[in-house]
Write a protein that binds this ligand. Structure first.
Ligand SMILES: CCCCCCCC/C=C\CCCCCCCC(=O)N[C@@H](CC(C)C)C(=O)O
Length: 484
């Protein structure tokens, strides 16, 4: 089976929510709150922004947050400085079905004003898009889910199954909100292992012109996610003296050599060890004729395709564990040779590898006892893999096809990390994706500068969630529909 039915009849005009000025304004206003997560050890001056953000959200969606309806419940998990992770629970029409869980974090990464053309927290709005920090990652999902849920409830409808929404406050710095929520799900709501039918979180974006020859928006839904490992490399080289008579080596040269070796000797290629083969096969119908015969015949061209990792950074990220040198510091005065040099390397672990294998490779490649390797907290193995034929996966693709023009959605690997990793024990069916189409040039905006959300994509995404909320029961799709 390798057929994705991408020609579903779209939802009708009556079913479709239109992007009203009110919906736009709510999104724009939500982006003004500086719900910024800062790294440990830095001054956190933004906690009150979280308080104000949620106050605003509570006002805007009264059918959810100040409802008399016993089927609508809101739980607030309190953290330091008044920050809260929020849980919304909606009772479904069929109480025999397992609940579903949607996750979307409220925090954003910092943005440096001078790198942006407009203030990242004073949204720049055009006819086509809104530009601000968090416009995509992840207030897009949070706001679209609230819009869809509010519309559903105002229409007198309920989802077919009990539905949990988890809005954590700190996904960008460790996910303590999600970890605490996992405890509360177990202890307060009595949800056991495998207690959620499915979990849906942020993940890959659908990208137009994402691959050479593929012009339609291509979404690789994360059926698994890469693992996470950060290591600190430290060199303490005490043979220092006056800068006018330097030694041949210093902490800086030793560490630089080690980093060069890491760059020159990437972690081993894992093509074929997880679901990247199925991902490539899923792409076949959409590829241009120049590449199609190669990908359609992986039995023959597998080694050739694996080689793509050496030439293309995206293929590299899909096929192997990546190592990114993210911090380097040493030295404090121009004529003093420093004793210590320090660097940080962030790894995204392919599901075909484990943390200890990555560390072994690193030690072998560095091969220098003077470089001390320490593992930072928060490392996690790659996530488990959702079954390829999951009914919920097919239903997601069905709703995507009904609401987003021309989208191609196939199972794949999520290259980054999200809060769902803390809740894996609750479901075997975890999906990581954004339902908002972006242009290829928008991609660096995520965690970068000029982050954007396109209005048409926002409208489509709201409609995706609404359609999925209505159809997330256990009934199979009619034959011929959306076989992944
Ligand atoms: C075949 C199509 C190729 C498309 C390649 C597109 C590559 C895009 C990859 C990722 C970008 C989207 C990421 C959006 C979610 C970001 C979530 C995030 O940043 N999480 C943090 C968590 C960390 C534990 C703090 C992370 O750094 O991963």
């Amino acid at each position: 089976k390798n057929h994705v039915c991408d020609h579903e009849a779209p939802i009708s005009d009556e079913e479709r929510v239109k992007l009203s000025p009110d919906i736009r304004d709510r999104m724009v206003k939500a982006l003004e709150f500086k719900t910024i997560s800062v790294e440990d050890g830095m001054e956190d001056i933004y906690s009150n922004e979280f308080v104000k953000f949620w106050h605003y959200i509570y006002e805007q969606y009264p059918r959810i947050f100040s409802s008399e309806d016993p089927d609508v419940q809101v739980d607030r998990i309190e953290f330091e400085n008044g920050k809260e992770t929020i849980v919304v629970i909606i009772e479904g029409t069929d109480r025999t079905l397992k609940p579903g869980l949607f996750i979307s974090h409220a925090d954003v990464v910092p943005a440096i004003r001078k790198e942006w053309t407009h203030d990242p927290f004073k949204p720049f709005v055009t006819e086509d898009f809104v530009q601000a920090r968090g416009a995509y990652d992840c207030k897009s999902i949070l706001m679209a889910q609230l819009e869809a849920l509010h519309a559903l409830l105002l229409n007198g409808e309920k989802p077919p199954r009990k539905t949990y929404f988890l809005f954590p406050h700190d996904e960008e710095v460790g996910g303590f909100g999600a970890q605490e929520a996992a405890k509360i799900f177990r202890e307060r709501y009595n949800i056991q292992s495998d207690g959620f039918a499915f979990i849906i979180d942020e993940g890959m974006p659908p990208i137009r012109n994402g691959l050479p020859g593929v012009t339609k928006p291509l979404l690789t839904i994360g059926y698994t996610a890469k693992g996470y490992l950060t290591v600190e490399l430290t060199v303490n080289y005490a043979k220092v003296g006056h800068a006018s008579i330097p030694e041949k080596e210093s902490s800086i040269t030793i560490l630089s050599d080690a980093l060069s070796r890491i760059n020159a000797n990437p972690q081993p290629n894992q093509f074929g060890k997880s679901i990247e083969v199925e991902m490539m096969e899923g792409l076949v119908p959409y590829l241009p004729w120049t590449i199609k015969p190669v990908i359609a015949n992986l039995w023959l061209f597998r080694p050739l395709v694996a080689l793509a990792a050496n030439f293309d950074k995206q293929m590299n990220a899909f096929f192997r564990t990546t190592s990114a040198i993210t911090i380097f510091n040493a030295g404090y005065k121009s004529n003093v040779i420093p004793i210590q040099a320090r660097a940080v390397v962030n790894h995204r672990i392919h599901p075909g590898q484990t943390i200890s294998q990555v560390l072994e490779h690193l030690e072998r490649v560095i091969d220098d006892d003077r470089v001390l390797i320490t593992q930072e907290e928060g490392a996690l193995e790659a996530d488990k893999v959702t079954p390829r034929d999951s009914l919920y996966g097919r239903k997601i693709v069905h709703s995507l096809n009904r609401t987003i023009k021309d989208i191609i959605a196939i199972p794949g690997i999520f290259l980054a990390a999200c809060d769902a990793r803390w809740l894996q024990d609750f479901s075997d069916h975890i999906f990581r994706f954004y339902p908002f189409v972006m242009e290829k040039e928008d991609l660096p905006g995520i965690h970068g500068r000029e982050e954007k959300l396109r209005w048409q994509s926002y409208e489509d995404g709201i409609n995706f969630y609404l359609d999925f909320f209505r159809h997330m029961d256990e009934n199979d799709l009619p034959p011929g529909h959306t076989e992944l």
